[in-house]
Design a protein around this ligand. Structure first.
Ligand code: SAM
Length: 282
């Protein structure tokens, strides 16, 4: 029998998804992990009752956090992913043949093991790729002690609740910056500004203090309800955000990747912000 699952994230607004069949419901060492089937969205992963990803709309989020910074960089060889246990981000990053090494730092091995079994359409064979260096650790501890330097760092975290909270602090952002190679790009998931405006304001304040170029860009992901989602962008080379359309087209074609949301025009347009979001940026 179907029953509605209601996301517990916002005080005055709720997202409900019908669970046609619950496939898994259990506590890991860090959080409560549930996967259920929904007719429209396919398999839905929730952690502590917050939607993390769904089979049908994951491509939007993962493509925009992976391909946009990698193609803006133009020669990314080393990529860091913090979080991302479902493997969708890793799968997109590994599509770039030029990427030689990906370090993924995930706090909860349970999410990875689980995703390999229950969400193979999202992670595919990504966890078997020899370019992957998988570290099971808190991302905050990892960046505080990291000696490697990355061309692109992607923070694919849960919302700032529970284990993910630390990934939204000024200290974390400062340490994450030290993991970047010169001209490296840091991108972060920053929630839905209409409902989580404070998150974006705090991240942008921290990025402006840390980077020569701090900005955010947007994409609308149906199950991150309440308007477009914001992604933070921090880089010491302002030219990386100004790459022209022709160059992006050339890089996209050379990468030979197939995308369903990302394209170079969307890439450039994603940085155009409506006024209510501009107002959230200090
Ligand atoms: N796309 C998702 C969203 O916006 O809701 C995020 C998905 S991904 C499943 C988030 C991952 O971040 C989870 O696997 C979680 O275990 C991991 N995570 C949370 N806190 C972390 C931390 N402090 N260090 C490393 N990984 C963390």
């Amino acid at each position: 029998m179907s029953r509605w699952r209601v996301e517990q994230l916002h005080a005055d607004f709720q997202l409900g998804l019908k669970a046609d069949k619950v496939l898994y419901d259990s506590e890991t060492d860090h959080q409560r992990l549930v996967v259920f089937e929904n007719r429209t969205f396919g398999r839905v992963l929730t952690l502590d009752s917050v939607v993390q990803t769904t089979e049908k709309d994951e491509f939007i989020y993962h493509e925009m956090l992976a391909h946009l910074p990698i193609l803006a960089h133009g020669a990314a060889k080393k990529v860091l992913i913090v979080g991302g246990g479902d493997g969708g981000m890793l799968e997109e990053v590994l599509k770039h043949a030029g990427v030689e090494k990906v370090t993924q730092v995930e706090i909860d091995a349970g999410v990875i093991d689980f995703s390999k079994q229950y969400l193979p359409s999202i992670c595919k064979q990504a966890y078997d790729d020899p370019r992957l260096d998988l570290v099971i650790a808190d991302g905050a501890d990892f960046v505080a002690n990291c000696t490697e330097r990355y061309d692109v760092a992607i923070v694919d975290s849960t919302d700032p609740l529970g284990p993910g909270e630390v990934l939204f602090t000024d200290t974390f952002y400062g340490k994450a910056k030290t993991c970047l190679a010169p001209g490296g790009i840091l991108v972060t998931q920053n929630g839905v500004p209409f409902l989580q405006g404070g998150e974006l304001t705090n991240t942008m304040r921290a990025f402006k203090a840390l980077f020569a170029d701090a900005a955010c860009y947007l994409a609308t992901v149906p199950t991150y309800a309440g308007g477009p989602m914001a992604f933070g962008w921090g880089c010491d080379d302002p030219a990386r955000r100004q790459v022209d359309q022709e160059t992006l087209e050339r890089r996209y074609e050379a990468a030979g990747i197939e995308t369903r949301y990302y394209n170079p025009a969307v890439h450039r347009g994603a940085f155009a912000l409506p006024n209510y979001i501009k107002e959230l940026i200090p």
